[in-house]
Every structure is written in structure tokens, then in C-alpha cells.
Design a protein around this ligand. Structure first.
Ligand SMILES: Cc1cc2nc3c(=O)[nH]c(=O)nc-3n(C[C@H](O)[C@H](O)[C@H](O)COP(=O)(O)OP(=O)(O)OC[C@H]3O[C@@H](n4cnc5c(N)ncnc54)[C@H](O)[C@@H]3O)c2cc1C
Ligand code: SF4
Ligand code: SF4
Ligand code: SF4
Length: 458
């Protein structure tokens, strides 16, 4: 008995220390956002991602130093301070939830038509980073691009030239623990980073709460983010677009062509297969991370500059000129960099936006964050693990909490292996079949109605 108690005690102690703490507080309750910060901070190089095409979760290599807890301190998974939305730099307008603090908002597009054509929105991220590299503002850029060893997969990349940067253009809707690559940066060189809000937060936590020096990441560009998906989503899109024989590929792109673009698979022989963006969007409901459902920062409020799709401003743009990036400059550094790049004239083109559209955008984001806050409050009401946002949660009744949690799980938590049925329902052929069946049924129903009416009239 005594022995059993001793084993249990040492097990609990282990769970409450070192990597065990991260496992208990973040990984087991499914609060990990796969940012990779824990890998960067670990002094023992103890953390790795052994399953990048599966759940892509951090794991213990067995070399943890007890009592260190640096990984838990730097992790944004279960502890994510939302006061970022209230911090106001001098001269900022309209702080608060929604868009977060900012100095200016505009539309930008890459002046180089080649960058614009390959980009997600307007190529502003790639054009600005190219400016930074070519003007020696930074020596390198940490961002996400295709995995050089396998074009189906995505990976963290460090670019030192405009050519390398161009290979990383376009959003890739697949989990990549980007911050893990912070370990590979040369401490004597200066870098810029482009990442999702949780990756930006991980970097900021490293700066604030750990002795790991990331001061050499001198410029932080953030992407707006609704959610990201497991690699399984890409595999299923590949199957749906190109069938099972998708082995000889040269590239996989998620937002190819005219705005808003579509998922394309490029073969080595030059041919191209497409899955439409609406299909990609449906996949977000089924393959997103649980943590994305509970995420409160969709706008990268901690970045120097945040970048988004131009959807809120489409009313201002002509049908044939929609490739623009919506840009939110937040810090002094971000604003002056944009000013310098625009003054150069070779990299970016600017367009003003209307204030009422900015206000609508802010309101839309506000409602989105409110919906996520309700998700968080519902989960907490049901005793499920939620991140600590250092912000009050709205009170919520048990029934409402149950309904919210059930709704969210239908759309979000069906992942990895449990979607065999949906796979068939989503592939284009069977969608067409379903559509044809529906049309046949409607025709039949209409014929019946006509007969009934005619019968009745007679
Ligand atoms: C997962 C994800 C979700 C997004 N959700 C939204 C959204 O809901 N609303 C919205 O307005 N915008 C969203 N965006 C941002 C949007 O898709 C564009 O990235 C943004 O508008 C910039 O466009 P651009 O043409 O200027 O960028 P580009 O010049 O095309 O450059 C894209 C940059 O994104 C980086 N990148 C690509 N994939 C990833 C990734 N998985 N993780 C980190 N960095 C990456 C590339 O390295 C490159 O630097 C999302 C982006 C991603 C990656
Ligand atoms: S950061 Fe510290 S606690 Fe975490 S795995 Fe590494 S050595 Fe262990
Ligand atoms: S630091 Fe990031 S990747 Fe590591 S456990 Fe936390 S959320 Fe997950
Ligand atoms: S929704 Fe939030 S947690 Fe999910 S990938 Fe985007 S920033 Fe990270």
C-alpha cells in the first residue's frame, strides 16, 4: 500500500514539474496551438514534434531538467493575456477589442506584378519583407513555406534573399510549429518574422518571460487568423482535387490565382488540378484545432504590423482589381517602416480606405470575438479546460453552455480519422451526385404539387 502511494505521489510530482506540467496544463486538455515556442525555449532540447502530419503535438525526448518549467512559462496555449487589446501606444486611435490598437489602416499591394500574382491577398507581406532584406534592415526572414523535401507539406523556412522569400509566398492552411525554428536563428544576425497571432504571442512571451534572447527578431509581422488545420485537411483536399495518384507533385497552393483564389495541385508534368475555395472553407469547420475555437486574438494585436484579406473593403474595389492586402500598422516601428517602403516607390502601392468600412470591420471582429468568448465561457461552465485570458468571462447558464459546446463540437472537433463519411460527402463527385439526387427529388415533388393542384382545381 505504502509503495503504491509512493508511486502515485512520484507520478503526481512528475506531472506537476518540467515537461509534465506542460503536458498536464496544455497538451492533454487540447489547448496547444502548435506554435512551437516550447521547442525554442527548452535549454535541454527536450521537446520535439514527432508527428507533424498527424496531431502535430509537442512530445518529451526524455532529457527534461526537473524544476525548470520554462516551456510552461513561455507557452501561450493555456495562458494568453488579452490586455494587449487595451494597451494603447501614444497616438493610437480606437483601442479595444476588435481590431486592437493601431496607428493606421490602409490597403497595400506589391508593386511587382509577379509577387502580386502569386500572393494570397495583395502580396504586401512578401513585398515588405523583400524591401527589408534588400535594404539590409534585416539579414533574414523566418516564415512558413512549402517543405523543400515534400511539396505537399509546409515547414518553417529562413530566407536570406528575395528569391527564397518568393518561395514562401501565399498562405498555407496547415499547422506549422513555426517558433521551433527560432532555435536555428544566428544570434549575431537580425531577423523579421511573419506568423500567426499565437506564434507572435509565443515570441513576445519568450521576450518577456524567459532568458532566451530573441531580441534579434527585430520586426514582427502578424497575419490575421480565423483558424488553422491539421495536415489531414491538405491530404483530403489533394485526394479530392487530384485523386489518389497525387505523388508526383511539384507544388500545392491554397490560394492560387485571382482573389480570393483556390486550392491548386501542380503536377511535375505541368498540369494543374483545382479544388474550389468554398470546399477549403468547409474543411476549416472539420479540421481546425480545438484551441482555434477558443482563440481570442484573430488580429495579431501584438505584431508591429498585421495583414489581412481585403474582404471588408471589397465594396471599394473594382471586380478586376481585388488583389490588395488590408494592413494594420500598430507600432511606431511598423508605421515608419511602411512609410519608408512606400517612399521608395519600388515595392508597394497604397490605397486609402473609408472610415465607415474600418468601423464595420472592427464591429464584425468584435462580434466574432464575442462568439469565441461565449465558447470559452460555455466550456468553463461545463468544467472543461479553457485558456486563462486574464479577462472576465460572461456568465452563462448550463443549458446555453451545453448547446454552445454541442454546436461547436459538431463543427470543430471532428478530426483525425473520424471523418471517413464526410470525406465521401465532400469529394466533388459525390457532392454532384447528391445535388443531382436533390434536383431529381425537387422535380418529382414539384410534379406532385402540380398534379395535386391540377387535381384539386379539377
Ligand atoms: C492559417 C491562416 C489563417 C488566416 N486566416 C485569415 C482570416 O481569417 N482573415 C484574414 O483576413 N486573413 C487571414 N489570413 C491571412 C491572409 O490569408 C493573408 O496571409 C494576408 O492577407 C497577407 O496576404 P499577402 O498577400 O500580403 O501575403 P503573401 O505575400 O502571400 O505572404 C504570405 C505570408 O504568410 C506566411 N504564411 C503562410 N502560411 C503560414 C502559416 N500557416 N503560418 C504562418 N505564416 C504563414 C508566408 O510565409 C508569407 O510570409 C490567414 C492566414 C493563415 C496562414
Ligand atoms: S523547458 Fe525546462 S521544463 Fe520544459 S522540457 Fe525543457 S527542460 Fe523540461
Ligand atoms: S508552446 Fe505552443 S506548441 Fe508548445 S505546448 Fe504551448 S501552445 Fe503547444
Ligand atoms: S486561431 Fe488562434 S490559436 Fe488557432 S492558429 Fe490562429 S492564432 Fe493560432
Amino acid at each position: 500500500m505504502h509503495k503504491v502511494l509512493m508511486v502515485m505521489k512520484s507520478k503526481t510530482e512528475k506531472e506537476d514539474r518540467g515537461f509534465g506540467l506542460l503536458q498536464k496544463e496544455v497538451i492533454d486538455p487540447d489547448l496547444c496551438c502548435r506554435c512551437g515556442t516550447c521547442v525554442a525555449v527548452c535549454p535541454e532540447d527536450n521537446i520535439h514534434f514527432p508527428d507533424p502530419t498527424g496531431k502535430c503535438l509537442p512530445a518529451d525526448k526524455g532529457t527534461c531538467r526537473d524544476g525548470c518549467a520554462l516551456c510552461s512559462r513561455a507557452c501561450p496555449g493555456a495562458d494568453s493575456d488579452m490586455s494587449r487589446f487595451c494597451e494603447q501606444a501614444p497616438g493610437d486611435r480606437d483601442p479595444g477589442f476588435g481590431l486592437g490598437p493601431y496607428r493606421e489602416i490602409c490597403l497595400l499591394k506589391a508593386a511587382d506584378p509577379a509577387i502580386r500574382a502569386k500572393s494570397t491577398s495583395g502580396g504586401a507581406v512578401t513585398a515588405l519583407l523583400t524591401y527589408c532584406l534588400e535594404h539590409r534592415i534585416v539579414d533574414g526572414v523566418l516564415s512558413v513555406g512549402p517543405d523543400p523535401g515534400d511539396p505537399r507539406r509546409s515547414a518553417a523556412r529562413i530566407s536570406h534573399s528575395a528569391e527564397e522569400l518568393l518561395q514562401c509566398i501565399q498562405s498555407r492552411y496547415c499547422v506549422v510549429p513555426l517558433n521551433a525554428a527560432l532555435r536555428q536563428l544566428n544570434p549575431d544576425k537580425k531577423y523579421a518574422m511573419a506568423g500567426l497571432p499565437c506564434q507572435v504571442e509565443g515570441l513576445m512571451k519568450l521576450r518577456k518571460r524567459s532568458p532566451v534572447l530573441v531580441e534579434n527578431v527585430s520586426l514582427v509581422l502578424g497575419l490575421f487568423c480565423h483558424s488553422t488545420m491539421y495536415f489531414e485537411a491538405t491530404e483530403r483536399l489533394l485526394e479530392s482535387a487530384a485523386g489518389n495518384g497525387h505523388t508526383r507533385l511539384s507544388a500545392v497552393k491554397y490560394r492560387d490565382g485571382d482573389f480570393p483564389g483556390h486550392f491548386t495541385v501542380h503536377r511535375e508534368n505541368g498540369s494543374e488540378k483545382i479544388a474550389h475555395l468554398d470546399q477549403l472553407m468547409v474543411y476549416f469547420d472539420f479540421f481546425s484545432l480545438n484551441r482555434c475555437r477558443l482563440c481570442m486574438d484573430h488580429v495579431a494585436a501584438l505584431a508591429d504590423i498585421s495583414f489581412a484579406d481585403p474582404f471588408p473593403f471589397l465594396r471599394e474595389l473594382a471586380e478586376n482589381d481585388r488583389k490588395w492586402t488590408a494592413v494594420v500598422a500598430r507600432t511606431e516601428k511598423g508605421s515608419s517602416l511602411l512609410e519608408a517602403a512606400l517612399a521608395d516607390g519600388e515595392y508597394l502601392t497604397r490605397r486609402e480606405v473609408r472610415d465607415n468600412h474600418v468601423r464595420d470591420w472592427d464591429r464584425g471582429l468584435h462580434s466574432k470575438q464575442w462568439m469565441h468568448l461565449l465558447q470559452v465561457a460555455s466550456d468553463r461552465r461545463l468544467g472543461l479546460a479553457v485558456p486563462d485570458f486574464h479577462a472576465p468571462l460572461p456568465p452563462i447558464g448550463l443549458i446555453k453552455a451545453l448547446i454552445n459546446a454541442a454546436k461547436a463540437r459538431v463543427f470543430f472537433n471532428i478530426t483525425l480519422g473520424s471523418v471517413e463519411m464526410l470525406k465521401n460527402a465532400m469529394c466533388r463527385d459525390s457532392r454532384m451526385k447528391t445535388l443531382k439526387q436533390f434536383r431529381r427529388w425537387r422535380r418529382k415533388r414539384n410534379r406532385c404539387r402540380v398534379n395535386n393542384i391540377e387535381g384539386g382545381a379539377g
